[in-house]
Ligand binder design. Structure first.
Ligand code: ADP
Length: 592
């Protein structure tokens, strides 16, 4: 039942986005039935015409009409299969893809860190087009099989109903054979799996770069690999031989049974009926043809069941993703976000990631005010990025709250709230789009947008380079889609991502180690530019190179999920705690 429901669900999509596709498919399925009809009935007419000594012209006319109808059906099928269906199914999968992209926006970040969910998501996305076609083909397969069976059975019935029995018996043979062979193949594959894995492992070791160095250095390992591959082959040959013998015997047995029900018995009956004058020669030929076709028509109906099962597994996946109810992203809180804030506070905030007991933030409390430049520093893994993820509501705290001027951030419309922040994460990404689009993350609407981009590029020191490019701001990044696209170096890419944060209308800039690909001096300069030029915004800088954050108004030093020291640079140096220690160690390193 679920299988049927799932298939209908996908068909519903096709109906929603491309009704014409379903009507056309029905039309094509009916043509298939017409084809069967012609195949059987024209034989009757031709043989009957031969028997009754009709004029040769009449015969030619029948053959001509049959030929024309065949050509028409073949032509129409070809147009549909090669042109119409591929185009239409691309349109439908584009719509489903759109829904998936929208969904991706509304899925909580935590889901991406759940590998099971992520696997489902990628599978659902990668198979869309194939499944749209698959479901549609299965659906039309059912319709055309039913139409074919109806045509064949009624044709047989109009001539001599007894032949339906032969047709059914032959069908039973074909069906049973399919069933038994499927079972055997399944068991054969199952037994072969360990040996296939063995061989697959050897192939992987040969072509994967991680192994390449060692395989070259320790050449004798190739003998071991060959040995392992040979063992796999021996196992496979053994199984192939065993199942091969079984399949040969069964194939012969079924061939005999099929021959009996499809050919010998019908011929004997046909001969008896024709000699007795009950049926004409034409009917004899037609009925023989029909009895032969019935098993295949019935079989094609049974074959759709496993197909529907397969589609259903995929559709289950798709439905789970589409029906997924996010917690943060679909939050209905509507309160307006303040245009200007005075203070943002973390109050006793604790947090642990999905599936983990470990608290990566423990009762963190701190605040910062408008236009303040603050730095979060500390060892790797101390929780700095996590703090930012909570601040931007990519996650919610498990205890405590984050407030803007006293109001819990959960009360705001989450998407509006996030617009307060211009983010530049450690694992930033650039897109195979133009420089403008990479900075604005949308198309430029007017001259003011272009100006914004130029200012940001000047701030990060990329303007001169980009000005020299022939396509200027319309230059594509990467050569993924455009051979005239450019590749930026690691440092330049980071600057571009910085420009993205600077060009946003956000009130708060968050720069999470955005300059780790820069050398310490360049990083210092960039951070200085940001701290000095971005006068009208709050800036949160995260860095593990303390020399780059000395100019911040306030520095929070984090360790193991807590803020262990806070103050400006001189205060923290005076304190002579972990910050001062780390600063001195780093200063020594750069001196050397
Ligand atoms: P920092 O930014 O200070 O280097 P993070 O906030 O990235 O530290 O990480 C804090 C702790 O949380 C680390 O122990 C890290 O391993 C863990 N962590 C970070 N991201 C995830 C995640 N997505 N799932 C599970 N644990 C995570």
């Amino acid at each position: 039942m679920t299988v049927l429901k799932n298939n209908l669900f996908m068909l519903g999509y096709v109906w929603k986005y491309k009704k014409s596709m379903i009507f056309l498919k029905l039309f094509i399925a009916s043509l298939g039935a017409a084809y069967t009809f012609i195949d059987i009935y024209f034989i009757k007419w031709i043989f009957d015409a031969l028997g009754s000594k009709e004029s040769i012209m009449f015969l030619f006319a029948i053959i001509g009409v049959a030929g024309l109808i065949h050509i028409f059906i073949g032509f129409t099928n070809s147009i549909y299969n090669n042109l119409l269906q591929p185009k239409m199914s691309l349109s439908v999968s584009e719509k489903i893809n759109d829904e998936m992209i929208d969904k991706a926006q509304s899925i909580d970040l935590a889901c991406y860190e759940n590998s099971e969910f992520f696997d489902k998501y990628t599978r659902a996305l990668s198979e869309t087009n194939q499944r749209v076609n698959g479901v549609l083909n299965t659906f039309s397969g059912i319709i055309s099989a039913i139409l074919n069976i109806t045509v064949i059975v009624s044709l047989i019935a109009t001539i001599d109903i007894i032949f339906i029995v032969f047709g059914l018996l032959a069908s039973l043979v074909v069906f049973t054979q399919g069933l038994i062979f499927n079972k055997i193949s399944f068991k054969e594959n199952q037994e072969k799996t360990p040996f296939n894995r063995q061989q697959g492992y050897v192939r992987r070791v040969i072509y994967q770069t991680e192994y390449a160095k060692e395989v070259k250095l320790y050449q004798p390992i190739t003998l071991l690999l060959k040995d392992l591959f040979r063992k796999g082959k021996n196992g496979l040959i053994d199984i192939t031989e065993r199942y091969g013998k079984k399949k040969t015997v069964l194939t012969c047995m079924f061939a005999i049974l099929q021959l009996a029900f499809e050919n010998i018995l019908p011929w004997i009956f046909i001969a008896i009926r024709t000699f007795a004058g009950i049926i004409t020669i034409g009917s004899a030929a037609a009925i023989f043809n029909a009895t032969n076709q019935l098993p295949y028509a019935l079989n094609s109906l049974f074959n759709v069941i496993p197909q529907m099962h397969q589609h259903s597994l995929y559709i289950d996946n798709l439905k789970e993703i589409l029906n997924y109810q996010s917690q943060i992203e679909s939050d209905q809180s509507q309160k307006d976000v303040p245009k200007h804030f005075d203070k943002i506070s973390f109050k006793d905030v604790s947090f642990s990631y999905f599936g983990s007991e470990k608290k990566v933030l423990k009762n963190v409390s701190f605040d910062f005010s408008n236009n303040q430049k603050i730095a979060l520093v500390g060892t790797n893994g101390s929780g700095k990025t996590t703090l930012i993820k909570l601040l931007t509501r990519l996650y919610d705290p498990i205890e405590g709250e984050v407030t803007v001027d006293g109001q819990d951030i959960k009360q705001f419309d989450v998407h509006e709230y996030r617009k307060m922040f211009g983010l530049c994460f450690q694992d930033y990404r650039i897109y195979a789009m133009t420089i403008t689009e990479n900075i604005l993350m949308r198309k430029a609407a007017d001259e003011r947008d272009i100006e914004k981009v130029e200012i940001a590029l000047k701030q990060v020191g990329l303007y001169e380079k980009i000005r020299s490019l022939p396509n200027y701001l319309d230059t594509m990044l990467t050569r993924e889609f455009d051979n005239s696209g450019i590749f930026l170096s690691g440092g330049e890419t980071q600057k571009l991502v910085l420009a993205r944060a600077l060009a946003s209308d956000a009130q708060i800039l968050v720069l999470d180690e955005p300059s780790s690909a820069l050398d310490p001096i360049a990083e210092y300069e960039i951070n200085k530019i940001i701290l000095e030029t971005v006068k009208d915004k709050t800036v949160i800088l995260i860095s593990h190179r303390l020399s780059t954050t000395v100019d911040a108004d306030m520095i929070y030093y984090m360790k193991d999920g807590v803020i262990s020291e806070q103050g400006n640079h001189s205060e923290l140096m005076l304190l002579n705690g972990e910050y001062a220690n780390m600063f001195n160690v780093q200063a020594e390193k750069y001196k050397g």
